[in-house]
Design a protein around this ligand. Structure first.
Ligand code: C2E
Ligand code: MG
Ligand code: MG
Length: 469
């Protein structure tokens, strides 16, 4: 028919100044008198049909049908109501916690918008964000979300919480058409919060949509000091090299992979690969949509850093989130292999043992302590241990001697030494003989030590090659 011929003809490339140029057409058709008895009605019916055609993809044609008017009327009504939602204060920002798999504490929160519709009740974002994106209203909506989230961050920053950042979702439209950098700057300035407390979540596909423009925008955002994370990772086809260039901080593994990870080994393998690759680029990995303890356990075994999902909590209003964070007992996500979680600390000074144990208490390790090398060896024989942290100078057997023996009996245990002023010679030798994974000088730097113990456990997990359970 004629319309199809138009589409086919338009689809062929034509020459323009020596270049091949591609164009396309979509067609919406309305017929007199069924679809309208005057020109205006016929045109608007055709427009509704055209809209439908475009939704189905490129180069489509669509005849008008009467349910399109009711649907497009509904859309128009909803869109008009949505435009008024900001001034009518109908938007709500909900928050969902993110839990660190090692410490079990809430270390992050994602802000998720809802629309409290006067008649329809609470509408989830999936039902109005696409509409807001199509009409461009998402820019205004996004500004409201940013401002509201930053005010909430300011309130939370005054409480003593282990919160590292609050994430806000950013639409592709904000990235390409909006004034995102200016809005973020304004929200930061208005509230005076530390920029690194704000994290922007960008989907993989929206970054790749208009690479040049998003690169520029994201670089400016980085310069403001905010953190960036890639949402729904694994569903698009972004280049990791490109993401690294963008100085992204985090990858969020999409819920689609997490949903059946415990039963679908393909998805489990993808997750394992994403974690390994992400970590090697220095990125933090967070898994979305974690609903069961089994998923959490497996993710922990795979060395995922943080989880988010109904297992911890559904998205809730800000006040409830404040309450949850102030009363949250560290979650205990058991590891299948006890050694993956068991740390042996050895020092002949009890006060040292106490301060080391205290330093690591938020890390949820099972900590065994010994005041001599002999006692340590006895504990090693009784319990599975992943990492040993020992003082060097002890009466009787030294730390290095202890580690040499431990290595013979338990070759995979990761061995670390804390040393005061002892000569470096004996340490260097021990390191060269492969007896020690890492050594620290006393007094140690707290944050560094915590991080190194985490790395040591990660190293242990690699050594025993944690299999997918
Ligand atoms: P998202 O950013 O990937 O957010 C995660 C979605 O998964 C949220 O849906 C959350 O409620 C849901 N979820 C979390 N844990 C679980 C779980 O254990 N099981 C299941 N089945 N679902 C879980 P929500 O709140 O409906 O948001 C949907 C999407 O809407 C978001 O996906 C995001 O793309 C978009 N969105 C939400 N808020 C905003 C916003 O302020 N601005 C923009 N541009 N988009 C937003
Ligand atoms: Mg998100
Ligand atoms: Mg997501």
């Amino acid at each position: 028919m004629a319309a199809q011929r138009v589409i086919d003809t338009m689809a062929r490339p034509f020459e323009l100044n020596g270049n091949s140029v591609y164009m396309g057409a979509s067609i919406g058709i309305s017929l007199y008198p069924n679809d309208g008895s005057d020109a205006d009605t016929l045109l608007s019916s055709a427009a509704a049909a055209l809209h439908q055609a475009k939704l189905r993809g490129r180069g489509m044609l669509q005849f008008f049908s009467s349910e399109m008017t009711s649907r497009s009327k509904q859309r128009l009504t909803l869109e008009a109501a949505l435009r008024r939602s900001v001034e009518r204060q109908e938007l709500r920002l909900y928050y969902q916690p993110q839990v660190d798999l090692i410490s079990g504490q809430i270390v992050g929160v994602e802000a998720l918008v809802r629309w409290q519709h006067p008649e329809r009740g609470l509408i989830p974002p999936g039902e109005f964000i696409p509409l807001a994106e199509e009409s461009g209203f998402v820019v205004t909506l996004g500004d409201w979300v940013l401002r509201t989230a930053c005010r909430q961050i300011k309130a939370w920053a005054t409480l003593e919480l282990p919160l590292r950042q609050v994430a806000v979702n950013v639409s592709a439209v904000q990235l390409s058409r909006g004034h995102l950098v200016a809005s973020v700057k304004e929200a930061l300035e208005e509230t005076g919060i530390a920029p690194n407390l704000l994290e922007l979540e960008i989907t993989e596909s929206s970054v790749m949509l208009d690479r040049e423009k998003s690169f520029e925008t994201l670089a400016q955002l980085k310069a403001l000091g905010v953190s960036l994370s890639i949402d729904d990772f694994g569903t698009g086809y972004s280049s990791l090299a490109y993401l690294q260039q963008l100085e992204v901080n985090k990858l969020k593994i999409d819920i689609a992979f997490v949903r059946d990870m415990t039963t679908n080994s393909n998805n489990a393998s993808i997750i394992k690969a994403v974690i390994a690759l992400g970590h090697s680029l220095g990125l933090e990995i967070i898994a979305e949509g974690v609903e069961t303890p089994g998923q959490a356990r497996q993710l922990r075994a795979l060395r995922c850093d943080v989880i988010q999902g109904y297992l911890v909590s559904k998205p809730i209003p800000g006040v409830d989130m404040t309450q949850l964070m102030s009363t949250f007992p560290a979650m205990d996500i058991p590891v299948d292999n006890q050694a993956l979680n068991t740390l042996l600390v050895v020092d002949d000074e009890p006060s040292m043992l106490t301060s080391l144990t205290r330093l690591l208490r938020n890390e949820n390790y099972r900590i065994l302590s010994a005041t001599s090398a002999e006692e340590a060896l006895a504990l090693l024989a009784l319990h599975p241990v992943g990492v040993i942290l020992t003082d060097q100078r002890m009466t009787g057997m030294t730390g290095i001697e202890l580690l040499a023996r431990a290595r013979k009996m338990h070759p995979k245990v990761v061995r670390m030494v804390l040393s005061g002023y002892t000569g470096l010679d004996s340490l260097t030798e021990a390191i060269n003989r492969g007896e020690i994974y890492k050594f620290f000088t006393k007094p140690w730097n707290d944050a560094e030590l915590i991080e190194s113990v985490r790395e040591a456990f990660a190293h242990y997990a690699e050594k025993i090659d944690v299999a997918l359970s």
